[in-house]
Design a protein around this ligand. Structure first.
Ligand code: ARG
Length: 597
């Protein structure tokens, strides 16, 4: 058996599984987990209980039988049958030291690659033209970016796509308002055949003023709403002046958005928009008609995707999943139309096996309609499309976070606030105070981003959490700054060793804390796998925190630089390995640690 890079729990699970098989049972019963208490050993296997129940056996007898067969396993020093039929497994120091050396030499620090890499698109952030990003976009960005990194690290081929909102009714609203405010602009003159100005007639600030006004006016002013609807349809049908004007909106917005993403340390591989799916729409509509999926419904065209009717609020019945609106009564493409056409595009141009949509869970129903329509039409299957929903970041009142004035907090202002507060925290904690001003500012930014991202990612994404900057920025507890501090501390030890010419050596564990640390290092693969399978970065965040904690107890009990000889070399190697794994884990959360602070 190839044991390199197989973590201890997997290895043990397979070996015990083989024994179950030898006795005529399924090997899955062999699975082991970390023991809950040190007196229960290092790992435990609870499979004898379930297996005995299923096969009408006595669980304790079955466990003893397995224990006997396991007894001469070279990596175990002791096997105990406990309680109703648990197997407690005690590993030898040699097995643990060997595993530690394997991880130390592995550049992936114990993490395996997936066996069958997939082509994956992560659709995340979802910024829009004319709207500056707000706190709601923060989670979509942070979680999506982490999943993109995680999938890529595991060996899948991944594209992160911003899926820029640049094509729907909002565009018509902007055009309508400008046509009323500035009818003299050449974009509105249908007979104009010169070259349109290079300079945008609007700034981002203009767009941000126009959009909300237009959106609320459209709710009450029917005439205006119709102008905007017509403008949307004409833009989509290719009216030249509208396209030229729209291109300005797109450029102005995209530049501003890119600046914000770069402050968050987030980059996209693709910056495609809803508009890029437009060229796939005519053929898609024809295809849907051909497949008899497109149905006329009150002047619009929809795809029915429900599988049953359920009671509606008005006493009647409604489909359990709403139909997907493909062509509006004005002939426009809708949010669902571009989403469906984007699936066609992702299949055709990227041959995608899997698409993850990192979007607020309140859009769940929309995605269910889109995914079902895709499945029905034979584009991507339902199981290749996943909505990775998440809860909200709330204020102290338990409602989505608002500014003190009750408005929506812009992402830009939030980032600014975090940066300022991080600088204050550094001073209060006496961190980085003796470093040059410029470096201190950089460290402040890194601490701020780590605080914000870790606070978000440490919760299961479906859970909402309360924005508490003081807590997020603390250097103690389960926070980003604490983890950065752990990295920096190890870096300082390694620097000192380097200065004194001390080299790392073979890891030979002696103390309990060393053993614990290696077992945590060994758990990296399981954490990655769990985070990957469940699309849940918090599992990785938990691992990073546990690793930093285990290092801290190790360091408190096992001095490194003040010890000597092989012990010093072994401990130094353990410290270096911990740093390597911690930096990988943090990188997968989108977090970067400074060299010193
Ligand atoms: N722009 C959308 C919004 O602000 C999010 C886009 C999400 N992605 C998608 N494929 N629909 O709500």
């Amino acid at each position: 058996m190839n044991i390199v890079n197989s973590n201890l729990s997997k290895r043990l699970g397979e070996e015990i599984g083989a024994i179950f098989q030898q006795l005529g049972f399924e090997p899955e019963f062999g699975q082991v987990v970390r023991a809950t208490k040190p007196e229960f050993g290092d790992f435990q296997c609870n499979g004898a209980l379930a297996c005995a129940k299923k096969n009408g056996k006595n669980p304790r007898e079955l466990a003893s039988e397995i224990g006997i067969l396991l007894a001469n396993n070279p990596i175990l020093t002791k096997v105990e049958v406990a309680g109703p039929g648990f197997l407690n497994l005690f590993l030898s120091d040699t097995a643990i030291s060997n595993r530690a050396n394997e991880i130390a030499q592995d550049e992936r620090k114990g993490a395996r690659l997936v066996e069958n890499p997939l082509k994956v698109i992560v659709d995340y952030a979802g910024p829009n033209v004319a709207k500056s990003m707000h706190v709601g976009h923060l989670r979509a960005t942070i979680i999506g970016d982490s999943l993109k990194r995680l999938f890529r690290f595991r060996g899948d081929q991944v594209w992160g796509d911003a899926h820029f909102g640049d094509w729907g009714f909002q565009m018509g609203l902007l055009i309508a308002t400008l046509s009323i405010e500035h009818p003299d602009l050449p974009y509105f003159d249908e007979n104009f055949d010169g070259e349109y100005p290079k300079e945008s007639p609007v700034t981002l600030a203009d767009l941000e003023r126009i959009y909300p006004e237009a959106a609320s006016r459209a709710k009450t002013d029917e005439n205006y709403r119709n102008i905007a609807r017509r403008a949307t349809a004409e833009l989509q049908n290719g009216r030249k002046g509208y396209r030229a004007l729209w291109q300005h909106f797109v450029n102005v917005s995209r530049e501003a958005l890119k600046r914000e993403f770069s402050a968050l340390g987030v980059e996209f591989d693709l910056w495609l928009g809803e508009s890029d799916a437009d060229k796939f729409i005519p053929d898609m509509i024809e295809d849907l008609e051909h497949k008899k999926l497109l149905v006329e419904d009150q002047g619009a065209k929809v795809v029915f995707v429900h599988d049953k009717m359920v009671p509606a609020k008005d006493g009647g019945e409604r489909p359990n999943v709403p139909p997907l609106l493909v062509v509006s009564s004005e002939g426009s493409a809708m949010y669902g139309t571009t989403d469906l056409a984007t699936i066609v595009q992702r299949k055709k141009e990227y041959d995608a096996d899997l698409v993850l949509y990192c979007v607020d869970q309140r859009q769940g129903e929309h995605f269910e309609s889109v995914f079902r329509a895709s499945d029905l039409a034979g584009y991507l299957r339902r199981d290749q499309l996943e909505h990775i929903g998440f809860g909200t970041m709330n204020g102290n009142d338990g409602k989505p976070f608002k500014t003190r004035e009750g408005g929506v907090l812009k992402l830009h202002d939030l980032i600014q606030m975090v940066r300022e507060k991080a600088a204050v925290k550094l001073n209060e904690a006496g961190v980085a105070t003796d470093l040059p001003e410029e470096e201190r500012a950089q460290i402040g930014d890194m601490v701020g981003m780590a605080a914000l991202k870790f606070a978000d990612l440490q919760n299961f994404r479906g859970t909402s959490y309360v924005f508490d900057l003081d807590k997020f920025l603390s250097f103690e507890g389960k926070t980003g700054p604490y983890l950065l501090y752990a990295c920096v501390r190890i870096k300082a030890i390694l620097r000192k060793a380097d200065e004194q010419g001390v080299k790392t050596g073979k890891i030979e564990i002696q103390e309990m804390q060393e053993r614990d640390l290696v077992l945590i290092l060994d758990g990296f693969e399981n954490a990655l796998n769990g985070a990957y399978e469940k699309r849940a970065p918090h599992i990785l965040a938990d691992h990073a925190y546990a690793l930093a904690g285990a290092f801290s107890s190790f360091y408190a009990n096992c001095p490194i630089m003040s010890s000597t000889g092989e012990t010093r070399e072994s401990r130094l190697a353990l410290a270096k390995t911990t740093l390597g794994q911690l930096e990988i884990a943090l990188d997968l959360l989108g977090i970067k640690a400074p060299e010193r602070m």
